[in-house]
Write a protein that binds this ligand. Structure first.
Ligand code: PEP
Length: 260
């Protein structure tokens, strides 16, 4: 039985002064232990948020990790530096693919660094609007998953604890959302890709989240899909009441899966 996960990506929002208070407020609103809950603050606030979340059961994630272990990379942060502060790391977010030109090969190396440092990677994948409109969403996502995992699998076994977040680029921060059935279809594509490069067992064990303008209103549509194991939340992840409703809905899914 796969975990049900809700991860909040705060992006470049909050300051070290206000992040711990917000983290505490969200943690208090999402006290649902059946759901794996993760907050990913800006790197500069990781230590303060980790301290604020201590004992709450809510995990801390980094928004990025460098593809090398150490060295002359001014301003960068390695996986081993993050390891004491975070237990998760986002890799391959579409905003970094777009703004930093991150490639699937680089993202694959980031997965390797995460595994070495004991961080659980959240691999973000998703198609552009033009690719969806051309009927190529499945081809794009399959390519992203297979290419990143091929790099990781050259370095070792299937990445421990990997989670994949399906995030159609046209749905991120736009208020537009994928239909639940379409998201489930791409979740199946992601599992087929994992099965192709790794194994069916790895594919079946890997949680797939949906991300892209998820709110308290839209969350149920995704969390009702058996192929989707949770939500990856941006804007709504900064709002305790929104997070409470999303995690509350995720808890229903987790309990239904347990047969409780
Ligand atoms: C994201 O940050 O990946 C995201 C899904 O953002 P939003 O929920 O704001 O669309």
């Amino acid at each position: 039985m796969r975990e049900v996960i809700v991860a909040a990506n705060w992006k470049m929002n909050t300051t070290p002064a206000d992040a711990p208070g917000l983290a505490r407020a969200i943690a208090a609103a999402i006290a649902e232990p059946e759901v794996v809950r993760v907050i990913c603050p800006p790197a500069i606030s990781l230590a303060a948020v980790a301290a604020a979340l201590d004992g709450t059961g809510v995990a801390v994630g980094a928004q990025n990790v460098h593809a090398e272990s150490a060295g002359a990379y001014t301003g960068e942060i390695s996986a081993s530096m993050l390891a004491g502060l975070a237990t998760w790391a986002i890799v391959g977010h579409s905003e970094r693919r777009r703004d930093q030109g991150e490639t699937d090969e680089l993202i694959g190396r980031k997965i390797v660094r995460c595994v070495e440092a004991g961080l659980r990677p959240i691999l973000c994948v998703g198609e552009q609007l033009a690719e969806r409109e051309a009927g190529h969403a499945d081809r794009t996502v399959r390519g992203q998953v297979e290419a990143a995992l091929a790099v990781a699998l050259r370095a070792g076994p299937f990445p421990a604890g990997l989670v994949v977040a399906y995030e159609p680029v046209w749905a991120i921060g736009t208020g537009r959302t994928a239909r639940g059935a379409d998201a489930a279809e791409i979740a199946a594509v992601i599992r087929a890709a994992i099965g192709h490069v790794a194994s069916v067992a790895a594919a079946e064990a890997t949680p797939v989240l949906y991300g892209g303008s998820v709110t308290s209103t839209s969350a149920a549509e995704y969390l009702a899909e058996p192929a989707i194991d949770g939500a990856f939340v941006g804007g709504a992840g900064l709002k305790p009441d929104e997070m409470a409703a999303i995690v509350g809905r995720a808890a229903l899914t987790a309990r239904a899966r347990r047969g409780a």
